[in-house]
Design a protein around this ligand. Structure first.
Ligand SMILES: Cc1cc2nc3c(=O)[nH]c(=O)nc-3n(C[C@H](O)[C@H](O)[C@H](O)COP(=O)(O)O)c2cc1C
Length: 197
Protein backbone atom coordinates (compact mmCIF):
# COMPACT_ATOMS: atom_id res chain seq x y z
CA UNK A 1 0.00 0.00 0.00
CA UNK A 2 1.33 3.41 -0.88
CA UNK A 3 2.17 5.54 2.12
CA UNK A 4 -0.43 8.28 2.48
CA UNK A 5 2.07 10.76 3.93
CA UNK A 6 4.76 12.71 2.13
CA UNK A 7 7.76 11.36 3.95
CA UNK A 8 10.41 13.20 1.96
CA UNK A 9 8.65 16.49 2.48
CA UNK A 10 8.14 15.82 6.17
CA UNK A 11 11.80 14.87 6.67
CA UNK A 12 12.84 18.02 4.89
CA UNK A 13 10.61 20.14 7.17
CA UNK A 14 12.12 18.52 10.27
CA UNK A 15 15.67 18.78 9.00
CA UNK A 16 15.29 22.43 7.98
CA UNK A 17 13.61 23.59 11.17
CA UNK A 18 15.82 26.22 12.65
CA UNK A 19 15.77 29.07 15.10
CA UNK A 20 15.44 32.42 13.37
CA UNK A 21 15.76 35.54 15.51
CA UNK A 22 13.65 38.73 15.31
CA UNK A 23 16.45 40.76 13.69
CA UNK A 24 16.30 38.25 10.81
CA UNK A 25 12.55 38.73 10.21
CA UNK A 26 11.22 40.68 7.22
CA UNK A 27 10.26 44.07 8.66
CA UNK A 28 6.54 44.85 8.98
CA UNK A 29 5.44 41.71 7.14
CA UNK A 30 2.49 40.29 9.07
CA UNK A 31 1.50 36.65 9.19
CA UNK A 32 -2.27 36.28 8.61
CA UNK A 33 -4.01 35.53 11.92
CA UNK A 34 -5.76 32.52 10.32
CA UNK A 35 -2.35 30.99 9.64
CA UNK A 36 -1.40 31.45 13.30
CA UNK A 37 -4.63 29.67 14.25
CA UNK A 38 -3.84 26.76 11.90
CA UNK A 39 -0.41 26.48 13.50
CA UNK A 40 -1.95 26.59 16.99
CA UNK A 41 -4.37 23.83 15.96
CA UNK A 42 -1.32 21.70 15.15
CA UNK A 43 0.22 22.57 18.51
CA UNK A 44 -3.04 21.44 20.11
CA UNK A 45 -2.57 17.94 18.64
CA UNK A 46 0.49 17.25 20.81
CA UNK A 47 0.53 14.06 22.88
CA UNK A 48 -0.77 14.52 26.41
CA UNK A 49 -0.95 12.01 29.26
CA UNK A 50 -4.55 11.68 30.55
CA UNK A 51 -5.46 14.32 27.99
CA UNK A 52 -4.68 17.13 30.42
CA UNK A 53 -3.62 19.38 27.50
CA UNK A 54 -1.52 21.65 29.70
CA UNK A 55 -0.27 24.02 26.97
CA UNK A 56 -1.53 27.59 27.06
CA UNK A 57 -0.78 30.28 24.50
CA UNK A 58 -1.05 34.04 24.89
CA UNK A 59 -0.79 35.54 21.42
CA UNK A 60 0.42 39.12 20.98
CA UNK A 61 -0.36 40.61 17.57
CA UNK A 62 -0.66 44.15 16.19
CA UNK A 63 -0.74 46.64 19.04
CA UNK A 64 -0.68 43.74 21.45
CA UNK A 65 3.06 43.50 20.70
CA UNK A 66 3.56 46.96 22.22
CA UNK A 67 1.67 45.83 25.31
CA UNK A 68 4.00 42.84 25.58
CA UNK A 69 7.07 45.06 25.11
CA UNK A 70 5.85 47.31 27.95
CA UNK A 71 4.84 44.40 30.14
CA UNK A 72 8.02 42.38 29.82
CA UNK A 73 10.34 45.37 30.21
CA UNK A 74 8.42 46.45 33.33
CA UNK A 75 8.57 42.97 34.85
CA UNK A 76 12.23 42.55 33.94
CA UNK A 77 13.23 45.95 35.35
CA UNK A 78 11.40 45.23 38.58
CA UNK A 79 12.52 41.67 39.22
CA UNK A 80 15.83 40.99 37.45
CA UNK A 81 17.75 42.40 40.46
CA UNK A 82 21.43 41.34 40.28
CA UNK A 83 20.88 39.67 36.87
CA UNK A 84 19.78 42.95 35.29
CA UNK A 85 21.37 43.46 31.90
CA UNK A 86 20.82 46.53 29.66
CA UNK A 87 21.18 44.52 26.44
CA UNK A 88 18.55 42.03 27.56
CA UNK A 89 16.20 44.89 28.44
CA UNK A 90 16.72 46.39 24.97
CA UNK A 91 15.91 43.05 23.34
CA UNK A 92 12.78 42.66 25.47
CA UNK A 93 11.65 46.08 24.22
CA UNK A 94 12.58 45.57 20.57
CA UNK A 95 11.86 41.91 19.81
CA UNK A 96 8.04 42.09 19.99
CA UNK A 97 7.90 44.87 17.40
CA UNK A 98 10.38 43.15 15.12
CA UNK A 99 8.06 40.13 15.14
CA UNK A 100 4.76 39.57 13.38
CA UNK A 101 3.29 37.64 16.31
CA UNK A 102 4.65 36.64 19.70
CA UNK A 103 3.29 33.69 21.63
CA UNK A 104 3.97 33.33 25.33
CA UNK A 105 3.74 29.64 26.16
CA UNK A 106 2.56 28.46 29.54
CA UNK A 107 1.98 25.12 31.22
CA UNK A 108 -1.22 24.83 33.25
CA UNK A 109 -1.13 22.13 35.92
CA UNK A 110 -4.00 19.70 35.94
CA UNK A 111 -6.06 19.85 39.13
CA UNK A 112 -8.11 16.73 38.42
CA UNK A 113 -5.31 14.24 37.69
CA UNK A 114 -2.20 13.31 39.63
CA UNK A 115 0.09 13.69 36.64
CA UNK A 116 3.73 14.43 37.51
CA UNK A 117 4.70 17.98 36.64
CA UNK A 118 7.43 16.80 34.27
CA UNK A 119 4.84 15.09 32.08
CA UNK A 120 2.94 18.32 31.68
CA UNK A 121 6.16 20.12 30.79
CA UNK A 122 6.97 17.38 28.25
CA UNK A 123 3.49 17.67 26.71
CA UNK A 124 3.90 21.45 26.42
CA UNK A 125 7.32 20.98 24.83
CA UNK A 126 5.73 18.61 22.30
CA UNK A 127 3.17 21.30 21.50
CA UNK A 128 6.01 23.77 20.97
CA UNK A 129 7.74 21.42 18.54
CA UNK A 130 4.46 20.97 16.62
CA UNK A 131 4.25 24.74 16.43
CA UNK A 132 7.88 25.04 15.34
CA UNK A 133 7.57 22.43 12.60
CA UNK A 134 4.32 24.02 11.41
CA UNK A 135 6.04 27.41 11.13
CA UNK A 136 8.72 25.79 8.98
CA UNK A 137 6.12 24.10 6.78
CA UNK A 138 4.34 27.44 6.24
CA UNK A 139 7.62 29.18 5.26
CA UNK A 140 7.60 31.12 8.51
CA UNK A 141 10.19 31.14 11.26
CA UNK A 142 10.89 32.03 14.83
CA UNK A 143 12.59 31.05 18.02
CA UNK A 144 11.81 30.14 21.58
CA UNK A 145 13.29 32.42 24.21
CA UNK A 146 13.59 31.41 27.82
CA UNK A 147 15.48 34.54 28.77
CA UNK A 148 14.00 37.70 30.23
CA UNK A 149 10.90 37.07 32.32
CA UNK A 150 10.39 33.32 31.77
CA UNK A 151 11.58 32.21 35.20
CA UNK A 152 10.26 35.17 37.15
CA UNK A 153 7.46 34.01 39.44
CA UNK A 154 5.90 37.48 39.35
CA UNK A 155 5.37 37.23 35.58
CA UNK A 156 3.01 34.24 35.70
CA UNK A 157 -0.18 36.02 36.74
CA UNK A 158 0.05 38.29 33.66
CA UNK A 159 -0.46 35.21 31.48
CA UNK A 160 -3.32 33.62 33.45
CA UNK A 161 -0.95 31.24 35.18
CA UNK A 162 -1.12 30.40 38.87
CA UNK A 163 1.65 29.51 41.34
CA UNK A 164 1.52 25.80 40.36
CA UNK A 165 1.75 26.58 36.65
CA UNK A 166 4.86 27.47 34.68
CA UNK A 167 5.91 29.96 32.09
CA UNK A 168 7.73 27.89 29.49
CA UNK A 169 8.99 30.55 27.12
CA UNK A 170 8.27 33.22 24.56
CA UNK A 171 8.03 32.32 20.90
CA UNK A 172 8.84 35.18 18.53
CA UNK A 173 7.68 34.64 14.95
CA UNK A 174 7.81 36.27 11.56
CA UNK A 175 8.79 35.80 7.94
CA UNK A 176 12.47 34.86 7.65
CA UNK A 177 14.56 37.35 5.70
CA UNK A 178 17.53 35.18 4.89
CA UNK A 179 18.18 31.53 5.61
CA UNK A 180 21.57 31.32 3.94
CA UNK A 181 23.55 30.86 7.16
CA UNK A 182 24.12 27.19 7.95
CA UNK A 183 21.90 25.11 10.20
CA UNK A 184 23.27 24.43 13.67
CA UNK A 185 25.17 21.16 13.89
CA UNK A 186 24.30 17.96 15.70
CA UNK A 187 26.65 15.16 16.60
CA UNK A 188 25.68 11.85 15.03
CA UNK A 189 22.59 10.04 16.28
CA UNK A 190 24.67 6.88 16.58
CA UNK A 191 26.36 8.13 19.73
CA UNK A 192 22.98 8.79 21.34
CA UNK A 193 21.41 5.43 20.62
CA UNK A 194 21.99 2.13 22.31
CA UNK A 195 20.41 -0.50 20.11
CA UNK A 196 19.75 -3.96 21.47
CA UNK A 197 18.70 -6.78 19.17
C1 LIG B 1 13.99 25.14 25.79
C2 LIG B 1 14.73 26.08 24.86
C3 LIG B 1 15.05 27.33 25.29
C4 LIG B 1 15.74 28.23 24.47
N1 LIG B 1 16.03 29.48 24.94
C5 LIG B 1 16.73 30.33 24.14
C6 LIG B 1 17.05 31.64 24.61
O1 LIG B 1 16.67 32.05 25.71
N2 LIG B 1 17.78 32.44 23.81
C7 LIG B 1 18.22 32.02 22.58
O2 LIG B 1 18.90 32.78 21.89
N3 LIG B 1 17.88 30.80 22.09
C8 LIG B 1 17.17 29.95 22.84
N4 LIG B 1 16.81 28.71 22.36
C9 LIG B 1 17.16 28.35 20.98
C10 LIG B 1 18.41 27.48 20.93
O3 LIG B 1 19.53 28.27 21.18
C11 LIG B 1 18.47 26.83 19.55
O4 LIG B 1 17.41 25.91 19.44
C12 LIG B 1 19.81 26.14 19.32
O5 LIG B 1 20.82 27.07 19.11
C13 LIG B 1 19.76 25.20 18.13
O6 LIG B 1 19.47 25.93 16.97
P1 LIG B 1 18.27 25.51 16.02
O7 LIG B 1 17.00 25.68 16.80
O8 LIG B 1 18.39 26.49 14.86
O9 LIG B 1 18.47 24.10 15.60
C14 LIG B 1 16.13 27.82 23.16
C15 LIG B 1 15.77 26.52 22.73
C16 LIG B 1 15.09 25.67 23.57
C17 LIG B 1 14.73 24.28 23.08
Amino acid sequence: MENQYHIKEFNSIVKNRRSVYPKQFVKDKTIPDEMIYEILENANRAPTHKLTQPWRFTVFAGKGRELLADLQTDIYTKYAHENFNEKKLKNLREYPLLSSHVIVVGMKRSVTTAIPEIEEIIATACAIENLFLSLTAYGLAGYLSTGGITYMQEAKSHFDLGPEDKLIGTFYMGYPEDLSNPLTKRTTIYEKVKWIN
